[in-house]
Design a protein around this ligand. Structure first.
Ligand code: SF4
Ligand code: SF4
Length: 714
């Protein structure tokens, strides 16, 4: 296609409409500015959010996730479509601007786009317009006929958005046709007047339209030229002003949303940005109660969601029928914003969100697994919002009945079971164990370099204590000079914080930090990914922490640790990535490397593994909360392992162990499926003999959890 340049006859056709075109430009820009200004009102009323640090990292994110569309290929068909459309839009942006300008300044050419560079750009955009047009047709057919399940809107969340989506897709298709028609008419007019013209790129939409127009009269071509321009201008501005009323607003906001995205996985936002822990008593109300309590970035998330459904498609709570679908956490808030911050009239009404747009169960149903955030191509955040909503509920005294006793026990005893502090190290003092593996209790600076942070579930749960002993044996085996805090240890507070009880978390954390500092260790090891995440991201001023799988992998690599072959060659193992080891901390390879170093061990991957691992259901104090659900997450996970051909699930987290072990029983797969912790498996394979206490305590996990309520306050 030729560059957009003056042509006597054609220009006169266009110049007839110059005043009209200028008026549409001014009206379109003014309307868009007004609409965006209105959309910004709640953002300016929102809570603060400190997102202006690390500009280079943020720019890198923009290049990777926004320009590079990094996450889109995770859904092959939809991802490819989106990449093609996005690339088309980027290429066509300058062209759209040029076309708009030609209506009021007929000789306008974008700087740098005259001559051969311009011709090359025009040819490229001919194909871009064609590809975008075809993608729109394909997307419309897909939405109307094939109807991918993840776009469906369950009745409890409102009505389907199909009509709106199809309307917007059709508008973009019309824009591509109008653009091509304008260019085709210009080229056909030039040809008919015997002027030199550059033909459109072969087989492109403008090329086909030019061929069609060349045999029509010059006046018809002139009419199409004028009409094509007007249609382009009207469609362009209508789209520009309509997008902020629906999911297409992400076209404008997504770049900013990606730039300001959360950079540190595994962390939880402070109660209020800019207010230190010491000054929290000055904060009148904790958490999010009304819409305006969300931070400005979280509101930007609401505007940026493309309603693609990927988050909910990967959410384990949604998959098992809990009343939570992350996509609708966003869509409901966005609809609230649109409704309460209208284009005309007064805005905002400060009604509580819980009980109006969200329900208690919906917010308590989240395990904070992070699958939604991992999947979202636009880096929309959920965990911080859900934790903030929980903080608001806790602040109002709205705590689920089943969680009240564990929370009281955490406050009084430092563990959710209400067991005595002095019993915290009992797991290491069982008969004969200290003979084969001496576990020191660190009560002062006694020259020990490594702290094994055990945490509550491994300390007190009869079944999980086996993980504690296995971990101690491994540390002893590699010659680590280690000890535990014993009665001085408190729950890490990881789940407490994600449950929204910030003050209790701070008390637990401060106690542990003091105890850790007092024993003067250089590093911390834990076998509990939740404790690991807390030590890495929630605690400050403590020595570096690592998960036992990382230490084992290092020992294997340096030949410090050798394994005997597996006993049963018919066993097929699969590794289940715990959310707080994998997604939140990116420890994916170390546990797998350890398994692969065991001679004779056959390992298969589940379809959902690594960053797409499926939560077992244990996070966020879920062991004490019975959500409404159609089936257990653990049961679904166990079936995934069976589908992969495995009969042994290896995990590296005591919470996963509780849920998966229980799920095997619920799914009646005992004898067909087994679960073992990585530390337990390693301690077996390094040949350190110790009676199998797991057999002794089999079946006691749930008893321990159930018993907790009765022991509270003892
Ligand atoms: S964090 Fe996990 S459970 Fe919570 S909404 Fe996201 S995917 Fe669902
Ligand atoms: S939050 Fe992200 S993944 Fe979920 S629907 Fe919106 S854009 Fe899609």
């Amino acid at each position: 296609m030729g560059a957009i340049q003056s042509n006597a006859q054609l220009s006169s056709w266009l110049s007839q409409g110059q005043v009209l075109f200028l008026f549409i430009h001014l009206l379109g820009v003014a309307c868009f500015a007004y609409i965006v200004a209105k959309r910004l009102v709640p953002i300016f009323r929102a809570a603060p959010d400190l997102r202006f640090d690390r500009p280079l990292t943020r720019l890198g994110n923009v290049l990777k996730f926004w320009l590079g569309q990094w996450k889109h290929p995770r859904y092959k068909l939809a991802g490819t479509l989106h990449i093609l459309i996005f690339a088309g839009f980027i290429l066509l942006a300058m062209r759209a601007f040029t076309v708009l300008m030609v209506g009021v300044s007929e000789n306008f050419v974008m700087p740098g786009l005259s001559g051969s560079a311009g011709h090359f750009y025009e040819a490229t955009t001919d194909y871009a317009a064609t590809v975008v047009f075809l993608c729109m047709i394909f997307a419309i057919v897909r939405r109307l006929i094939f109807k991918p399940a993840r776009y469906a809107v369950p009745a409890r969340y409102g009505k389907a958005h199909t009509a709106d989506a199809v309307f917007l897709l059709a508008l973009i298709a019309i824009l591509m046709v109008a653009d091509s028609l304008f260019e085709a008419a210009r080229a056909a007019g030039q040809a008919q007047q015997g002027q030199t013209f550059e033909f459109a790129a072969a087989l492109s939409l403008p090329w086909m339209l030019t061929n069609a127009l060349r045999s029509t009269s010059l006046s018809t071509v002139g009419g199409v030229y004028f009409g094509g321009y007007l249609l382009h201008e009207l469609t362009f501005y209508f789209l520009l002003c309509y997008r902020p009323f629906g999911i297409q607003f992400h076209v404008e906001t997504s770049l900013f949303n990606v730039y300001f995205a959360k950079l540190d996985k595994g962390t939880i936002k402070p109660v209020k940005w800019g207010v230190s822990d010491e000054h929290l008593d000055q904060v009148k109300s904790f958490g999010v109660k009304i819409f305006e309590n969300f931070t400005w970035k979280h509101m930007l998330d609401f505007y940026s969601c493309a309603d693609c459904g990927r988050c909910s498609d990967n959410c384990p709570a949604n998959a098992v029928g809990r009343p939570l679908s992350p996509r609708f956490i966003t869509i409901k808030a966005r609809d609230y914003a649109f409704q309460h911050y209208p284009m005309f009239g007064s805005s905002g009404n400060g009604k509580p969100l819980i009980g109006t747009i969200y329900s208690d169960d919906e917010i308590w149903s989240c395990t904070t697994c992070g699958a939604c955030e991992e999947e979202c191509p636009l880096l929309v955040e959920y965990i911080d919002k859900i934790v903030d909503l929980r903080r608001g509920m806790i602040d109002d005294g709205n705590v689920p009945q089943s969680l009240q006793k564990p929370l009281k026990a955490l406050e009084s005893r430092g563990n959710p079971y209400g067991k005595m502090e002095k019993k915290r190290a009992d797991w290491a003092n069982v008969k004969n164990f200290q003979d084969i593996c001496h576990v020191k209790t660190l009560d002062k600076k006694n020259g020990v370099s490594t702290l094994y942070f055990v945490d509550s579930i491994t300390s007190y749960d009869d079944r999980m204590q086996s993980i504690g002993r296995a971990t101690a044996k491994i540390l002893d085996h590699v010659g680590e000079n280690f000890g535990i805090l014993g009665a001085a240890e408190r729950d890490s507070g990881h789940e407490v914080r994600r449950f929204g009880e910030e003050t209790l978390f701070m008390a637990l954390r401060d106690h542990n930090v003091d105890a850790i500092k007092a024993c003067g260790v250089k590093r911390i090891v834990t076998a509990d990914p939740h404790a690991y995440n807390a030590l890495r991201h929630d605690y400050k001023d403590v020595p570096p922490a690592e998960h036992i799988s990382q230490l084992i992998a290092r020992a294997v690599k340096s030949d410090k640790m050798k394994f005997k072959p597996t006993e049963n060659e018919n066993d097929v193992y699969t590794y289940h990535d715990p959310c707080y080891l994998g997604r939140h901390n990116h420890v994916y390879n170390d546990p797998r490397d350890v398994l692969d170093a065991i001679p004779g061990l056959k390992r298969v991957e589940m379809q959902r593994s690594r960053a797409r691992s499926f939560c077992c259901g244990g996070g966020g104090l879920m062991l004490f909360y019975e959500p409404k659900e159609d089936q257990r997450m653990g049961v679904k996970r166990v079936r995934m392992a069976a589908d992969a051909g495995a009969n042994v699930i290896v995990t590296a987290c005591p919470f996963c162990m509780v849920n998966i072990e229980d799920a095997i029983k619920v799914a009646r797969m005992e004898g067909k499926m087994a679960v073992i912790d990585l530390a337990e498996l390693v301690s077996q394979q390094i040949g350190r003999e110790w009676p199998d206490v797991r057999a002794e305590h089999a079946g006691k996990t749930k008893e321990c959890v159930a018993a907790s309520s009765s022991e509270v306050g003892t």
